[in-house]
Design a protein around this ligand. Sequence first.
Ligand code: GTP
Ligand code: MG
Length: 392
Amino acid sequence: MALNKPTRYILLALGILISLHFILSATHEPYSNATSFSGLTAAWRQEMTKYTDTAVPAHPDIPPLPKWATGGVSGVANTTRANATLVMLARNSDVNGAVQSIRSIEDRFNREYGYPYVFLNEEPWEDNFKKRISVLTNAPIEFGVIPRDAWFQPDWIDEEKATEGRKKMEEQGIIYAGSVSYRNMCRFNSGFFFKHDLLLKYKWYWRIEPDVKFHCTLPFDPFVYMEEQNKVYAFTIALYEWSATIPTLWDTVKKFMKEYPQYVASDNAMGFLSDNSGDGFNMCHFWSNFEIADMDFWRGEVYTKFFEYLDKTGGFYYERWGDAPVHSIAAALFLPKTKIHFFNEIGYEHPPNQHCPKDDSVWRKGMCSCDQEKTHDYGPYSCQAQWDRIFH
Ligand SMILES: Nc1nc2c(ncn2[C@@H]2O[C@H](COP(=O)(O)OP(=O)(O)OP(=O)(O)O)[C@@H](O)[C@H]2O)c(=O)[nH]1
Ligand SMILES: [Mg+2]
C-alpha cells in the first residue's frame, strides 16, 4: 500500500532521530547514561526517596543530625543522650487529641531521638488507647495508673467549704469553676506526677497534652541543651492567670517566703511575677501545658516544702489553684533567673494560644508551619515583656 506524503515525512524524521540516538549513545557516555532505561528509573527512584523519606528535611540551613541521634525509630532507646521522657496525662476519652499530639512531636522532634513516653491516667488505660498510641512510634511507651492518694481530693478537705468555693467561682463564670476533676489534675501536676513510679527513673521531662501542635522542626535536642546550659525549667508561652482562681495564693507564697527566706534564690525572677518588688502578684506565669524541666527540682527539699505548705491550706480545692502559677512561682523564686529558659525555636500551639518564632531565620530554619503574625509573644495577653525586662 502506498503511503501518503505526510506519513512518509514523519517516518523519515523518526528514522533520522533513531539513527542519531544510536550514534550519540555509542559515542557519548553521558548521553548514553542519561537516556538509558536504568538511568531514567534511578532518577525517578531518587525523586521518590526525596518525598517518602521525610525524616531528615532536605534544608540547607539545618545541620545534619549527630550520629547518635540518627538511629531513628529502630533501637532508639540507646541512642538518646539525656535521661528524659515525654510525659502525657490524659483520659481514655482524649485518645484522638493524644494521637494528634504524638504524631506532631514525632514529626518535629522525637522520631530522630526516640525518647520514651510515659502516659498517666487515674483510670486503667483502655486497649484501644494503647493500640492507637503504640502504632505511632517505635520509641518505648509505658502506660501508668496514678495511685488514688496522688489524685483524689484528700479526706481532710472540708467538702462544705470546697462546694461553696466552686459555687462562688461558677457564679463568676470561671472556666472549670465547678469541676473537682480539674482540681485533682492541677494538684497532681503541681505535686505528684514527678513522684510516680514510672517517672522516678528519669531526670528530665517534656510535658505534652492532647490536642497540641509542634510547628517547627527542632534541629537539636532540647534536653541536652538544658543539661549543657545548666537550665532547670523551660517555657514557650508566658501569660496572665485569671486572678479569681487564686485569690489567696500570693499571700500564702509571701508567708512561705517569710518563714523560709533561705529558700529564695538571690538572683531570682521576682521581677517577672511582680511589678512592685513582691508586694503583689501581677498574674504572670509560664503556661505549663508545655514544660521541659528537671524533675529533681520538684523532688528537692525546697519545692517539696513549698508544695506541702500550699497544699495544707486547701487552696487547690477551696479555690482553683493551677499547676501553672504554682510551678511558675516556684521556678521564678527558688531558682536563679538564668536557670529558666525560653525556647524560642519550639513552635508550639495549645489552642487558643501559640508561640511561633518571630525571627525569620529561626522560623525558616525550623521549617515552621505556624503563622508568625499569630504568635502570642508580645500580644495583649502575653507576659513576654515582663520576662524580658528582668534581663535588662
Ligand atoms: N487522666 C485524667 N487526665 C486529665 C483529667 N483532666 C484533665 N486531664 C489532663 O490534664 C491535662 C490538662 O487538662 P486540660 O483539660 O487540657 O486543661 P487546660 O489545658 O487547662 O484546659 P483546655 O483549654 O481545656 O486544654 C491534659 O493533659 C488532660 O488530658 C482527668 O480528669 N483525668
Ligand atoms: Mg489543655
